[in-house]
Design a protein around this ligand. Structure first.
Ligand SMILES: Nc1ncnc2c1ncn2[C@@H]1O[C@H](COP(=O)(O)OP(=O)(O)O)[C@@H](O)[C@H]1O
Ligand SMILES: [Mg+2]
Length: 250
């Protein structure tokens, strides 16, 4: 699915990613943890092609293709999804119209005809049910006046609609409450398939209790300094990151 090799990236003169290597197989869920400022959000931004960051070395292969050569929108069309991709409120554009545009753009990229209204509404209904999203939300403007939990549910709904091959959920928001965490975890668990993969970036071990990732990585100072199974999240919950920092610097 995804193979990252010795990835380096900087912003301005500051090197932030200093040699990341990571392999994610089809169907796997990986968690990325790490202290604030270690480069977790930078990694997700670089993967989706945020132009703020300059890649200075390394390679990224996504389903056999060179990801770093692709425009951000093509990365999305190829099946890469980043939560918080549309965190902005879009007044005057209903969720329904927004999703219709997104789906049809993706279909055009795949050489398919736009979905007709009936099929589109059927798809909306089906996916809304999976993520328990109220029709009141889909009729409102995108994210306008949504609560934190509603934004989360909306995000998971977008993910359900677009059926990404690889979803990256960057839970930077320190305001994630228990309900929002449950929405994210249930969404991720329900949408799991043997063909799709997920990267969950979080410092909430409770979220990882609910998601049970296959692999947990710790990112520190722009490098992956530890990789293990889900038990690593528990250990971090009990011991914090200091022992890993010490290990990586000794
Ligand atoms: N737009 C930016 N301008 C300058 N520095 C940035 C920018 N974005 C991130 N950084 C710096 O890069 C480092 C990694 O940040 P980030 O990827 O957000 O870490 P994390 O998500 O792990 O908390 C931090 O030192 C941060 O200050
Ligand atoms: Mg972050």
């Amino acid at each position: 699915m995804l193979e990252v090799k010795d990835l380096h990236a900087k912003i301005g003169d500051k090197e932030i990613l200093r040699g990341i290597s990571l392999t994610i197989n089809d169907g796997e869920t990986h968690a990325i943890m790490g202290p604030n400022g270690s480069g977790k959000s930078t990694l997700s931004a670089v993967l989706v092609g945020n132009p703020l960051y300059e890649v200075t070395g390394g390679t990224v292969t996504f389903n056999g293709k060179n990801l770093l050569d692709m425009k951000p929108e093509d990365r999305a069309h190829e099946g890469l999804f980043l939560s918080f991709q549309y965190p902005v409120e879009i007044p005057g554009v209903s969720m329904t119209n927004f999703m219709r545009a997104a789906i049809n753009e993706k279909r055009a990229y795949e050489g398919l005809e736009p979905l007709n209204a009936a099929d589109f509404l059927k798809l909306m209904r089906e996916k809304r049910k999976i993520v328990e999203l109220d029709t009141k939300l889909t009729n409102r403007s995108v994210n306008e006046g949504f609560s934190g939990g509603e934004k989360k549910r909306n995000e998971i709904f977008q993910m359900a609609m677009l059926e990404p091959k690889l979803a990256i959920l960057d839970e930077t928001d320190s305001g994630l409450d228990v309900d929002a965490m449950r929405i994210v975890a249930e969404g991720v668990n329900k949408l799991r398939t043997p063909q799709s993969s997920c990267i969950v970036i979080t410092h909430y071990d409770r979220l990882l209790d609910m998601i049970r990732p296959d692999v947990v990585h710790v990112l520190y100072k722009g490098r992956i300094v530890k990789t293990a199974g889900p038990e690593l999240a528990k250990e971090i919950q009990q011991r914090g990151f200091d022992w890993i920092k010490a290990e990586s610097e000794s």
